[in-house]
Design a protein around this ligand. Structure first.
Ligand SMILES: *Cc1c(COP(=O)(O)O)cnc(C)c1O
Length: 468
């Protein structure tokens, strides 16, 4: 029955199985999606399950779940495992606080605020700054957009949309921008996608041209989403040049650093977000570059009055003690809110800001190893630029989608593909800071061995070209 001590013993046992399994099979035993419900007993039943069977089914689930912490997982903008952050997240589960009031979160409020305060300091936001922990990078972008909308049109939150607001982002930016424009009542058709240059960075002159045209058409330029680490290429939009424009036209400047905003922790790579102090809001995901468990996203706002203005709502049943600075529900989207701060705090506290810098720098070093390998081997074509941890390449004229899918289905390595302008390519993400140089070289080795054993892959490309 329910007993936390014996369940924690079981937990440790299962974790040990998982960790051994990760070493033996870095890519999980894949269950074909068509056969999922026959292969593993996921059914929920009226009667309870006896302990031994329960343990067996849990084991089956663990072993067949995709492994994101191993040295052969390169598919996503997260990966690896920072153990001190895992510790913090496990403790957060045990504590089970909700972050809305000091009354139920106590010191956890201070933990969250300390992360926010130090992050604001790192990017040069002043004493009026603050922030919150939204559910992820998409939600961070959404909150930024809502604050921008309310700042430009204060009546909107009471009366709904009455003005022709328009917003800007680059064609390379994250897809959440489109959804958010819809949720915010601005409308997907009122986003202007600004062209990116050959390296995936937004072109400031194109932005200004578009703004001038919108003003001539009677529209109201409201918000610019600028990206620090685009999702495919990992490109950094030029903040200073864009801020010159947003300041000139009175437009909210948000920097979406979900992917690579954590460069603020590295004096070596911080220059990639030069000008960040001129933004109105900035968000980054600690669950991406810093390796905390999912999810851990932080939005910082230069002037906290915007957070209060857009997200505060009186609730007598909830806010019964302590001041606004301690009742964080006054600046969040949700009511009940998971404690995403503790895992980041345990990591930061244990390794220090210097340790966070090492985590970030390691990823760029691994990216350099991968970029160098690709550029020195004539069987490869490179599509990436410097200062990105997304290494995009093709191998021997093999169709990248077919190669990625075959690697995944054969449980060789898990890596994805992406597209930029006319080209589609494999995207190797070197975000797992637990990896070493050898792990990156091993990735290329297993890919090459697999391709050599699978001559049909070359044919796929030829067939595709014939169809085209
Ligand atoms: C990942 C990502 C997001 C979305 O973050 P989630 O936490 O997955 O919602 C937004 N913007 C960029 C640039 C990203 O890479």
């Amino acid at each position: 029955m329910s007993d936390i001590s014996s369940d924690l013993v079981l937990f440790n046992e299962l974790v040990e199985i998982l960790i051994n399994e990760e070493k033996k099979h870095p890519v999980a035993d894949r269950i074909d999606s068509n056969k999922l419900y026959e292969s593993i007993d996921l059914s929920l039943n009226a009667s309870p399950m006896v302990d031994d069977e329960f343990k067996t089914v849990l084991k089956d689930v663990l072993v067949s779940t995709p492994k994101t912490a191993t040295n052969l997982f390169f598919n996503q903008l997260f990966g690896g495992r920072q153990s001190k952050a895992v510790l913090g997240d496990l403790l957060a589960v045990m504590l089970n606080n909700s972050m809305y009031t000091y009354k139920v979160a106590g010191p956890q409020v201070g933990i969250e605020q300390e992360i926010i305060r130090q992050s604001c300091q790192l990017i040069g936001y002043g004493s009026q700054s603050n922030g919150t922990f939204p559910t992820g990078g998409s939600m961070s972008n959404y909150m930024a957009l809502i604050m921008a909308r309310d700042a430009k049109d204060p009546k909107c939150k009471l009366e709904g949309m009455t003005k022709p607001l328009v917003v800007y982002t680059s064609e390379e930016s994250h897809y959440s921008n489109a959804k958010n424009a819809s949720f915010a009542g601005i409308g997907r058709n009122n986003i202007r996608y600004i062209a990116a240059d050959s390296q995936g960075k937004m072109i400031p002159a194109k932005l200004e041209e578009q703004i001038i045209q919108d003003l001539n058409d009677g529209c109201i330029p409201t918000y610019l989403n600028c990206t620090a680490g685009t999702t495919v290429l990992g490109a950094f939009d030029p903040i200073h040049a864009l801020a010159d424009i947003t300041e000139k036209y009175g437009i909210w400047l948000h920097v979406d650093g979900a992917y690579s905003g954590s460069v603020i922790f590295s004096d070596t790579y911080k220059h990639l977000v030069d000008g960040i102090e001129r933004s109105d809001s900035f968000s980054y995901n600690a669950h991406k570059m810093l390796g905390t468990p999912m999810t851990c996203s932080i939005i910082l706002v230069k002037d906290k009055k915007h957070l209060h203005n857009s997200f505060n709502n009186e609730a007598e049943y909830l806010y019964q003690t302590d001041g606004d600075d301690f009742n964080l529900g006054k600046t969040s989207f949700q009511c009940g809110r998971r404690n995403d701060a503790l895992k980041f705090w345990t990591l930061w506290k244990s390794v220090g800001t210097q340790g966070l810098k090492q985590i970030v720098d390691q990823q760029f070093e691994l990216a350099d190893v991968a970029r160098e390998y690709v550029s020195q081997h004539s069987d490869y074509t490179l599509y990436s630029y410097d200062d990105s941890i997304s290494i995009c390449f093709n191998y021997k004229n093999i169709d990248p989608a077919a190669l990625c899918t075959a690697l995944y289905e054969s449980q060789i390595t898990v890596v994805g593909f992406g597209a930029f302008k006319e080209e589609t390519f494999i995207r190797l993400v070197t975000i797992n800071a637990n990896n070493e140089k050898l792990d990156i070289l091993n990735f290329f080795q297993v890919l090459e061995e697999f391709a050599a054993k699978t001559p049909d892959l070359l044919k796929v490309k030829e067939e595709l070209q014939e169809i085209a």
